[in-house]
Design a binder for this molecule. Structure first.
Ligand code: PMT
Length: 407
């Protein structure tokens, strides 16, 4: 199954401002979005209107600000459904803990929540709240639900907070939010004009019609890298093993099941590819052929005959006209030594090593990576896979430029 949608570059941004002390920073955000050529329509929640005035936002956006769902005059001019259709992007900044919960729960109890439910445009949220509220299990579960639905989560930043505490929960600076929103500009992003092919998730190697060999990969790392590459302006093809994740906005997805299908899908997609990133946990060994019928429990032991699966990453690196090739290394011991050996043996341009185990990397929300390339190394510390993926993609763009410049 293949699904694709065009990369988005927002010209019409519906900016939702929710109730919190960081609401004052949204005024600067309007200015920065407009400087980049976007039309901005502001919706304030009733909570936000206690911190900031509609008049400020009307002056900065040049458009009447919407607050309530029950404003007859405003609904007659541009109703919530028209607002939802008008937007290329719905950006909520700051997004309070309460609003994230209402968005995750699909509520439609005010104008902003109703518009979010009614829109087909991508949604981005920039959370801002007390650090304890951010780390609360309920907030993290809501954020995960939103990410799974393809909502882009920008930040939050880490630092001192208005409440006097220090930690994660600060609204990202308006300049950074604007940069992230417009990073997907196909003419200016760090991977603008590039075609990036990414693999993600596990493969399944059938043993018989009802059983298979597989692994713990959820696809979260690869999908986050695909979203980050798209946000950096690239055209992205994502070859995905069996996972239950939403396709990131603007990414073309090809679903496969086995290592052999993934090999064929990658080679079919790669002819005009600039960067190949192998984040999938592909089978190293496969039964090769699948029994026609369910294997019966007739003896005490069962021998499975496994053959080596073709190495997709090495095969891409061996192409005569090869892209910039980035591998992953999933290691349980001697991470750096094993990863560097893979980098050299498979002739890669870059490898991202992660320590894996039942409690690490696989099917987790966060990860840490050690990047190795010929003559260099860089550590990316533990953080959410979404944030990590942005750093990783920015680094790939830098290495790509360095290699092109012969550095
Ligand atoms: O999906 P998540 O739950 O988010 O977990 C993320 C992850 C741990 C799966 C991811 O970060 C990761 O490490 N992916 C690579 C897993 C893996 O198969 O590593 P490896 O060291 O066995 O393989 C090295 C490289 O060769 C990888 O780039 C792999 O895609 C590639 N490979 C391996 C076998 C094969 N037959 N073909 C390949 O292309």
């Amino acid at each position: 199954m293949t699904s694709a949608s065009a990369p988005t570059f927002p010209r019409r941004i519906l900016l939702g401002v929710t109730g919190g002390i960081a609401a004052y920073k949204a005024a600067d955000l309007v200015r920065r979005l407009r400087e980049r050529g976007a039309e901005v329509q502001v919706i304030l929640t009733e909570g936000a209107a206690r911190f900031v005035t509609p008049l400020t936002f009307q002056a900065l956006s040049g458009r009447p600000v919407r607050v309530g769902l029950w404003d007859e005059a405003a609904e007659a001019a541009m109703g919530h459904i028209e607002l939802a259709r008008w937007a290329d992007l719905v950006l909520i900044a700051p997004a309070s803990a309460d609003f994230l919960a209402r968005l995750a729960g699909g509520l439609a109890d005010d104008l902003l929540a109703t518009t979010c439910l009614a829109t087909t445009a991508p949604i981005a949220v920039a959370p801002a709240m007390n650090q304890q509220m951010w780390t609360a299990a309920a907030t993290q579960a809501n954020v995960q639900t939103l990410r799974t639905r393809g909502v882009l989560v920008l930040g939050p930043g880490v630092g001192s907070q208005a409440c006097g505490e220090t930690g994660a929960g600060r609204l990202l600076e308006p300049s950074e939010i604007a940069a992230r929103v417009f990073a997907s500009d196909p003419s200016t992003g760090s991977l603008a004009g590039r075609h990036v092919v990414i693999t993600a998730g596990p493969t399944r190697e059938p043993i018989d019609p009802v059983r298979f060999l597989s692994n713990r990969s959820s696809g979260k790392m690869g999908f986050a890298v695909a979203a980050a590459a798209q946000a950096a302006g690239a055209r992205v093809t994502l070859v995905a093993g069996p996972v239950s994740l939403a396709t990131p906005t603007g990414v073309a997805r090809i679903d496969v099941e086995t290592a052999a299908q993934m090999y064929r899908a990658v080679h079919a997609a790669i002819s005009d590819c600039d960067v190949y990133i192998g984040a999938a946990a592909v089978a190293d060994y496969t039964p090769g052929c699948c029994a026609d019928n369910k294997i019966k429990k007739t003896s005490d032991t069962l021998d499975l005959h496994l053959e080596k699966a073709a190495d997709i990453l090495a095969s891409v690196a061996a192409l005569e006209r090869r892209p910039f090739v980035v591998g992953f290394a999933a290691e349980t011991t001697n991470v750096e030594a094993h990863a560097r050996a893979k980098l050299e043996r498979k002739k890669l341009d870059l490898i991202a090593a992660n320590e894996v185990g039942a409690e690490r990397a696989f099917d987790r929300e966060d990860n840490a990576l050690l990047l190795l390339w010929p003559g260099g190394r860089k550590e990316l510390a533990l953080k959410s896979k979404a944030e990590l993926a942005h750093e990783f993609v920015a680094f790939i763009a830098d290495r790509l430029a360095a290699v092109a410049a012969g550095v």
